[in-house]
Design a binder for this molecule. Structure first.
Ligand code: CU
Length: 273
């Protein structure tokens, strides 16, 4: 008689969790990339992988050609080494044709795909009514975040202000506009494969969407002075319900702390400016 054995849920669930964690950790270790938790991050990863495959293929091809010519045309008993200096017109044409093909196929593919991704995803600014808008002012050495309060307007007394901590809801577009108070910084979210410069007297923008809740690193990707390394912030991705609760608490807190005389705190701008 056949006895069917089944794993009990108490064993299966941790086993599946361990397998999923180790697969993710293994992939991160091999690729050297942190976990991608964004809607569009895979597009950047895809281009990195494509470049690795194309450059790896060309490397193998060149090594093969070198080995073949070095082995089969070498100097040996009864036969002198066969070689030429490659200064002839034909050699130059072959070299130019090969370089051109490599340039067009590798760089051309990257260029076309990059612009496609930018136009179809990264530069397609969110119009969803649920979009969370955040103003970011970078400074030496930290990140200031501003969310519009219940009045829906920026730079008013009910705004939410945070420093080095950004909170956003999961599965919701987040539209970020950036400025810098001093030098050029670069707002970098490694887990979202996205970064954007923050520039004095100029407005830049980016958007992203998280697929997973959790805490993720914010870094500065532009060397901005001796304490550049201190510009480490945290991005909290929470459920929409937790985000609404957080907004209520923070709005009350920010309104309480609002001081008309504190002009350094009024760095926001009209969203449409
Ligand atoms: Cu910086």
């Amino acid at each position: 008689m056949k006895v069917q054995r089944r794993l009990s849920p108490a064993v299966a669930a941790p086993a599946v969790a361990l397998l999923s964690w180790s697969t993710r950790a293994g992939a991160e270790l091999l690729s050297g990339r942190p976990e991608d938790v964004s809607l569009d991050g895979h597009l950047g990863d895809r281009l990195f992988d494509l470049t690795t495959v194309m450059v790896g293929g060309l490397f193998l091809l060149m090594v093969t050609v070198l080995l073949v010519v070095a082995i089969f045309h070498r100097d040996r008993p009864g036969r002198a080494a066969w070689y030429f200096h490659g200064r002839g017109k034909r050699s130059l044409l072959v070299t130019a044709a090969f370089c051109g093909t490599v340039f067009l196929s590798v760089d051309g593919t990257l260029l076309v795909n990059s612009f496609e991704d930018l136009n179809e995803h990264f530069w397609k600014w969110p119009t969803d009514a649920r979009t969370v808008k955040v103003e970011v002012a970078a400074q030496q050495w930290g990140w200031n975040f501003r969310y519009a309060g219940p009045d829906g307007k920026f730079n008013t007394d009910d705004d939410i202000l945070t420093f080095n901590e950004m909170t956003v809801p999961v599965d919701t577009p987040v539209f970020v506009k950036l400025k810098s108070k001093d030098v050029i910084h670069s707002f970098y979210l490694p887990n979202f494969r996205i970064k954007q410069d923050a520039i004095p007297n100029a407005l830049t923008q980016m958007w992203f969407q998280a697929k997973k809740t959790g805490d993720f690193e914010i870094g500065c990707a532009q060397h901005c002075g001796v304490n550049h390394y201190k510009m480490r912030g945290l991005l909290h991705v929470v459920s929409p319900r937790d985000f609404t609760d957080w907004q209520k608490v923070e709005t009350a807190d920010s309104s309480r702390r609002y001081d008309t005389a504190d002009t350094t705190a009024h760095w926001g701008w009209d969203w449409e400016s």
